[in-house]
Write a protein that binds this ligand. Structure first.
Ligand code: KPL
Length: 307
């Protein structure tokens, strides 16, 4: 079995840590600061898992480790820069975040390691010093790049799949991770800014008052994706968005929670990504631009408030 290393103790990092504790699996975890870390996880069955204390910021990462990086999109580049000189040769890295990163920059940061991209709809949120698991979902991952042989890559994929199956199942490996990440991006481009701007739970977006704006967002995103050679169907995307709104009706989106708690949001990696790729490729992205600007204003207001 590969050693496991988790970077950070946010909501999803803690969810993974709690699952490992419940399985009696040893793992290491690194954090930027030892202050104010969550201590327990409230599982869906209402049982509570105590998270192991972290006594050192950066424990050694063992050879052959699966290194899971479940951070906010805006934290990933720095985290990889920091990991680059500590990763043992045969470690593989799995990035698990919302939004789209600059793939070239990420690949350049870890030229000698396999990088996998993953997305999950398992959900958790922080309440004081406890992480609450708020829903189960599905997990998909795919390869971004690897310097290794096809055989070595197959072994890595099997190991990651087997690990994730025990932690955040059901899990599937995709040869076309871009399709999957774009689908998740569109779900986030609809739900996250709208719920944060209107201060509502995800389910309220099922009201007919939001039909037009949701349609515009999805259409713009699909056009941008197509200029980047990712083909998505409007009806499929609209149905996916509708089902996520329904299945997470009682949740507040991560962007809603970020703004409420005066944390930076991932808007630059969600609507910001759509807007910048749209402008680069001559696509009208006015609806996504409006959302981007509104979230930026809310972030600014939060910043002014805390000065
Ligand atoms: O991923 C999410 C998020 O909140 O970031 C969704 C799917 C919108 C669920 O809330």
């Amino acid at each position: 079995m590969n050693p496991i290393h988790i970077v950070g103790r946010g909501a999803i990092g803690s969810l993974l840590a709690a699952k490992l504790v419940n399985l009696d699996r040893l793992f290491t975890c690194e954090v930027r600061s030892l202050n104010n870390l969550p201590k327990t996880v409230l599982n869906l069955d209402k049982s509570v898992t105590r998270l192991p204390a972290i006594i050192t910021h950066q424990p050694n990462i063992l050879d052959d480790s699966i290194v899971i990086v479940p951070l906010k999109a805006y934290q990933i580049e720095n985290a990889l820069r920091d990991l680059a000189f500590r990763l043992p040769k045969r470690a593989s890295v799995v990035l698990l975040h919302n939004g789209m990163l600059d793939r070239k920059a990420i690949k350049a940061l870890l030229p000698n390691h396999s990088i996998y991209l993953a997305t999950t709809s398992h959900a958790a949120k922080r309440e004081g010093s406890q992480i609450h698991i708020t829903g189960t979902g599905t997990t998909q991952f795919g390869l971004a790049k690897s310097p290794h042989s096809p055989d070595a890559i197959s072994t890595e994929i099997a190991s990651i799949k087997s690990l994730f199956t025990r932690l955040i199942s059901p899990v599937s490996y995709s040869d076309d991770i871009d399709q999957i990440l774009w689908q998740k991006l569109i779900v986030n481009a609809v739900i996250n800014p709208l719920t944060a701007i209107h201060n509502i739970k995800n389910g309220v977006l099922g009201d007919s008052a939001f039909t037009k704006v949701i349609m515009n967002i999805i259409q713009e995103c699909i056009e941008v994706a197509s200029t980047l050679s990712v083909q998505l169907e409007y009806t499929v995307m609209s149905e996916l968005v509708r089902s996520v709104i329904q299945n997470t009706a009682n949740n507040y989106s991560s962007m809603h929670q970020d703004l409420k708690n005066h944390r930076p949001s991932e808007i630059d990696y969600i609507s910001g990504f759509i807007v910048s790729k749209g402008k680069e490729n001559g696509v009208d992205v006015s609806e996504n631009t409006r959302l981007l600007d509104q979230i930026k204003r809310l972030e600014q207001a939060n910043e002014n408030h805390s000065k």
